[in-house]
Design a protein around this ligand. Structure first.
Ligand code: FCB
Length: 517
């Protein structure tokens, strides 16, 4: 038995939603079609009633909305550095001001209350809490009380308005000082995260309703350290896989630390961005297996089963020997969580590359020179263009993918309650003469995806709630302010907020629990 066998565990698992028939045709066919609801195919239902207690919320993330980048002791994060590096973000945009949520949080909370939202998923900026990083050796990390006070006021403000605080510890804004020490590819960053989690558990764990450790560790690891389109912009496939493991480890350590320090009775969760895959061409199964492993199972299996998928370890053997996985890590990573957060926007279609024709890279992520988000499979699998319609991100609109995903996860992990923690769409909104913001495409997108979620509920999925991305138009990472996801428009000159038609529609859904007509 090799070290890897012992530490990494046995199972190859199944692709998300893999119950369906697999196509090996040259024509595009869904590999999972047979799991979706038959009948009304356009998912444009209204009048569907959600169960009592279903959570309707909206989501943001610190770097995308807060601004106030150097106020009250905040230190720099990797996104400050990255966005200020020429050529990294469209139009040279940065999060310096963003939506100015740091100063306008009270009126933003009022807006949520007016809409009737039941929960707010926000993230805490680690560099506001530990601007200089964690304790090292003799040095005890300095905790910035002013940073804690901001989130404490925010949580109190939510509770006063009857809105549940759902707090994410890490939505990609690593303190720069930790990146300078190696970032997520080094184990010490997981140690630091545990310390940070304990601080936050002690500070807010009496009031936060749900703790989410990480948002989309796939993006942090592969886009940050492999493909390079996200901060810190490195192109090191082996580092990306080390980052995967240290993020998984950080989650386990953080849940442990939060449990030890939270005096209330919060729920615990992590949010993953699942890749719902279609396959085309000969060997579609193999293409799907590889990408499902790197995108989905390399997180779900350690987090929920305490093992790394053996096939992923094999597929990546030329990139890393996985020696960063130490004895005992998997037991730490596997924590029981109250809800698994599911982010879903669109599907992806993969094919085994023929080795000769120009490789296609339509994986939905902004091209970044040189790197790959798919270590070990980057010269094997290509991402082909998918049929529309598309959002302004170029992402295909596929509500059936959400239904498949939820049903597939419930089949694979029947005991695990689920929560849609992000779903929404970017479109190029225009302000009408009367000042309103009619956004029929976003409204239609939301209607279709809420219909998909409702169908999953009807099929027995334990889905607890749904957070629309996003409350506000905001800093959309590598695209800057060019892509608008908000149900509330932000004028980035005046910072004025205007509820879009989709926001009014969503408010009615949140207040009534019924998909409006
Ligand atoms: C997700 C991110 C979120 C936002 C949406 C559009 O991957 O978690 O911050 O950028 O995509």
């Amino acid at each position: 038995m090799t070290k890897c066998d012992r530490v990494l565990g046995p199972s190859a698992g199944h692709p998300v939603g893999s119950a369906g028939e697999r196509s090996a045709d040259a024509t595009m066919k869904s590999v999972t079609t047979s799991t979706t609801t038959q009948g009304n195919t356009d998912y444009r239902d209204s009048g569907l009633v959600f169960p009592p207690g279903f959570t309707f919320g909206s989501a943001t993330a610190a770097y995308q909305v807060e601004g106030a980048f150097d106020e009250d002791g905040r230190g720099p994060s990797i996104w400050d550095t990255f966005s200020k590096t020429p050529g990294k973000v469209s139009n040279g945009d940065t999060g310096d001001v963003a939506c100015d949520h740091y100063h306008r949080w009270e009126s933003d909370l009022d807006l949520m209350k007016e809409l009737g939202l039941g929960a707010y998923r926000f993230s805490i900026a680690w560099p506001r809490i530990q601007p200089d990083g964690p304790s090292t050796g003799a040095r005890t990390g300095w905790v910035n009380q002013r940073g804690i006070d901001f989130y404490s006021r925010l949580v109190d403000g939510l509770l006063e308005r009857g809105i549940r605080p759902v707090a994410t510890l890490y939505h990609w804004d690593l303190p720069q000082v930790l990146e300078d020490a190696g970032g997520w590819p080094v184990r010490a960053t997981a140690d630091a995260f545990e310390e940070y989690a304990a601080i936050m558990g002690g500070a807010l764990g009496d009031r936060v309703h749900t703790w989410t450790t990480l948002n989309e560790p796939w993006c942090s690891a592969y886009l940050g350290y492999g493909q390079g389109g996200h901060a810190p912009g490195r192109h090191e496939p082996d580092a990306a896989l080390a980052a995967v493991h240290h993020l998984n480890l950080a989650h386990g350590r953080a849940v442990h630390a939060l449990r030890a320090t939270s005096t209330g009775d919060p729920d615990y969760s992590i949010t993953l961005n699942f890749h719902v895959l279609r396959g085309v061409g000969d060997g579609a199964d193999e293409a799907i297996r590889r990408i499902d492993g790197l995108a989905n199972r390399v997180f779900t299996q350690p987090l929920l089963r305490g093992e790394y998928p053996a096939d992923v370890v094999e597929d990546t053997a030329s990139v890393t020997d996985w020696s960063f996985v130490r004895e005992g890590d998997l037991a730490v990573i596997r924590q029981s969580i109250d809800v698994l957060g599911v982010n879903y926007y669109s599907t992806a279609t993969v094919r085994l590359w023929d080795g000769a024709s120009p490789m296609q890279h339509n994986d939905g992520h902004k091209a970044a020179g040189g790197g790959t988000a798919w270590p070990g499979s980057d010269r094997v699998v290509e991402f082909v263009e998918q049929p529309g319609p598309y959002t302004a991100m170029g992402w295909n609109i596929a509500p059936e993918g959400l239904e498949e995903l939820l049903v597939g996860l419930a089949a694979e992990y029947p005991e695990q309650p689920l929560m849609v923690t992000e779903n929404g769409a970017a479109f190029d909104d225009a302000v009408a003469d009367d000042g309103s913001v009619p956004d029929p495409e976003r409204l239609d997108y939301l209607r279709r995806h809420f219909t998909a979620a409702h169908r999953a509920l009807q099929r027995g999925v334990d889905l607890r709630g749904y957070f629309v991305w996003s409350l506000l138009d905001n800093f959309e990472w590598g695209y800057g302010y060019a892509k608008r996801f908000g149900i509330v428009r932000v004028d980035f000159d005046t910072l004025e907020r205007t509820v879009k038609d989709s926001g009014r529609w969503y408010g009615e859904l949140a207040r009534t629990g019924v998909i409006p007509g």
